[in-house]
Design a binder for this molecule. Structure first.
Ligand code: ATP
Length: 363
């Protein structure tokens, strides 16, 4: 626990988690580390099935990692007393993708908020709980609150339901929120409003966020000033400050992902050359390729190297990155898991390495 902000924060160190599928053991997450302190954001991005939700559930204490350590306020949570573990569980709340499934359809908004409020503050009267529930609704932008308190979940829009879910997570005054695709099931026109509510909780109430999304544009927006981790088939392939990773992605997978995000400046789109994966097929966790999990799709694949061993996530010096550092690898805070990336974070020129003679262009 090196940083002051981690006093109230959460750390995952070398987390792995396997599941039994029939007679096989499948590793959904392997050797993932991240940390989030007060008012900070760690965005976890990657395609469906890469292990984001499993990592989020481990962060929130809903499932136990097979290997690795989860620390909250510096303590290993799986070694806490029953009482302290309950405090940890309250302090790290999770907001799910589907706000309808996570709200009891038979309970009014008032009831949904009052139950955890009264559990968290046992002395609270019904009137006080109602007052606090109204304040929380105002905080998440459901005003006037009196109009929303008696409503049932089905009487609300998807965006309003997600705001109720957010208000509910705030009833217990958490230090950290794991937001698992919080806007992916919300109408596009309402997404910005929900993200603004979450931003306010982070910037004004100091809540730390593990923010899970498959949408890099959303991560780019919400993760400003924070960190981002890109996952592929259960492993972190690139990690670093959001702006730096977005401005200068290093790992071939991150570069391909960012290439697929719409560029707001059409002039840049015209001048940019696209990077295409060698294959569109994502391998199954049940049949993982040997070596680097990305090698079957990677335009930089080098036979005998990339299929021989799993590349470790290693710090890079940041030379050539926008915040070029003279203080060495740790100072840039960037790490990449790729055999082909050199110590300063450079990949070799593309055309020189295409193994099949196939010409692939890069920016
Ligand atoms: N309880 C479980 N039993 C067996 N396999 C599981 C279990 N939970 C997750 N998995 C598998 O682990 C892998 C990672 O799943 P996870 O939900 O963490 O990924 P994700 O990146 O969040 O994907 P999505 O965005 O689709 O939810 C998937 O292949 C999934 O099928």
């Amino acid at each position: 626990m090196a940083r002051e902000s981690l006093r109230e924060g959460l750390e995952l160190e070398g987390i792995s988690r396997s599941f039994r599928v029939g007679s096989r053991e499948v590793w959904a997450v392997q050797d993932v580390s991240l940390e989030v302190g007060r008012g900070e954001t760690f965005c976890l991005v990657g395609e469906s099935g890469c292990g984001k939700t499993t990592t989020g559930r481990i962060a929130a204490g809903l499932i136990r990692p097979t290997r690795g350590t989860v620390r909250f306020r510096g303590d290993d949570v799986w070694r806490l007393s029953r009482e302290d573990f309950a405090t940890f569980r309250r302090s790290v709340q999770i907001i799910h993708q589907n706000p309808y499934a996570s709200l009891n359809p038979l309970h009014s908004v008032e009831h949904i908020l009052a139950i955890p409020l009264q559990r968290h503050h046992p002395g609270l009267s019904r009137r006080e709980a109602r007052q606090r529930a109204a304040e929380l609704l105002t905080m998440v932008g459901l005003t006037p609150p009196g109009e929303f308190l008696p409503k049932l979940p089905h009487q609300l829009s998807g965006g309003q339901r997600q705001r109720v879910s957010i208000a509910r997570s705030m009833t217990v005054e958490p230090s950290v929120v794991v937001a698992d695709e919080p806007v992916s099931m919300v109408d596009v026109s309402l997404r910005a409003g929900i993200l603004k509510v979450l931003e306010r909780l982070r910037d004004e109430a100091g809540v730390g966020f593990v923010f899970i999304t498959h949408d890099l544009a959303v991560a780019r927006y919400f993760g400003r000033g924070g960190s981002i981790g890109v996952m592929y088939l259960g492993r972190m392939v690139e990690q670093g400050p959001t702006e730096e990773v977005v401005a200068r992605p290093i790992h071939p997978y991150t570069r391909i992902l960012l290439d697929a995000v719409a560029e707001p400046d059409p002039a840049r789109t015209r001048t940019r050359r696209r990077i295409e994966p060698r294959s569109m097929d994502v391998p199954s966790l049940l049949r993982m390729p040997p070596g680097c999990p990305f090698h079957p799709r990677c335009p930089w694949y080098e036979p005998g190297l990339c299929d021989a061993s799993v590349p470790p996530l290693r710090a890079i010096s940041g030379r050539g990155s926008r915040s070029a550092s003279r203080e060495g690898p740790a100072a840039s805070g960037r790490a990449v898991a790729c055999h082909r990336v050199d110590e300063s974070g450079e990949l070799p020129p593309m055309a020189a390495v295409a193994p099949s003679g196939q010409q692939v262009s890069v920016r």
